[in-house]
Design a binder for this molecule. Sequence first.
Ligand code: AMP
Ligand code: MG
Length: 340
Amino acid sequence: MDMKKRYALLLGLILLIVGAALLGYRMGWVPQVKAQETTTQRSMILMDTVVDVRVDGRNSAALVERVFQRMAELEKLFSRFIPESEVSAINRAAGDWVEVSPLTLELVELGMEMSRITDGAFDLTIGAVLDLWGFGSDIRRVPEEDELREALATVDFTQVEVNRKQGAVRIPQGTVLDLGGIAKGFIVGQGIEILRDAGVERALINAGGDISVVGRRPDGRPWRVGVQDPDQPSSIRYVLPLDDQSVVTSGDYQRYFTVEGVRYHHIIDPFTGYPARGLRSVTIVGDDPAMCDAISTAVFVLGWAEGRALVERLPGVEAILVTDTDAWISPGLAEAMASQ
Ligand code: AMP
Ligand code: MG
């Protein structure tokens, strides 16, 4: 075969391959990259729950990765059940100043502010009381009155000190910081911030039912988020529209144990030392997930009347309060639900 024929054959072969590839592409035999296929969704266990991150748009896979990485890093800083965490360091060194990273300082300061705003219904120094009930460990029991009294004496958010210049925190000896009522929201908020900074138009982070969204759904309507029924947590009782917002729920069905027919759950009234009674669940909708998180815990503690008063006092905060027999939906949320 002379050179010309060889070239012609080679050219023919190349054309055939390219043609076949093009045909396959058009017929859908080979994967196509379409605009809407740049959605990335992934789940991971973090903060004791399943966390789901969905991001739409360019670079979505890398962004989801970054969000998970950041959230995992923050959990390692904030969990008092991880001995190497900065919150554990503060608790171990109670009585002395402990230098922490800027985000730990920010979370502690926000925890203090939320304790002030809620008049101590949310109190970040509740740790010693939680320990008596055994939340966070496997041994759960009803504590004795005098044990509770002793632990309650260590609960006082006004005693937490922060030195911004040094980046340091100090709590009194005997006090135990617990950020379980705010850290999840804060961590989700940090994930959302990464996505907003990257210019993402549409995203959703779901941390065990506490959900924050960026933007709206692909069809331009608000996201729709279900709120569980406290009596039947596997079924949805309300559907809320979410538009660039966060929703957080505190409920007595989330973590509890039962002794002689009485349910003891993980949201403790800092004024009595006992699980807060009255409400079954509190759902808060607002702009900042960390604040929503702390407010949901505080409203649960405050109960039907005072909890409702707190919601009405806070601008931009909507809520659903559920008791065994009744429910209250804040007017702004009721309106949004009706028009979705
Ligand atoms: P949440 O599910 O957001 O209501 O938070 C409940 C968690 O917050 C518990 O597991 C505790 O770690 C912590 N906690 C319980 N009671 C209080 C309280 N009164 N103030 C602050 N944190 C609390
Ligand atoms: Mg909370």
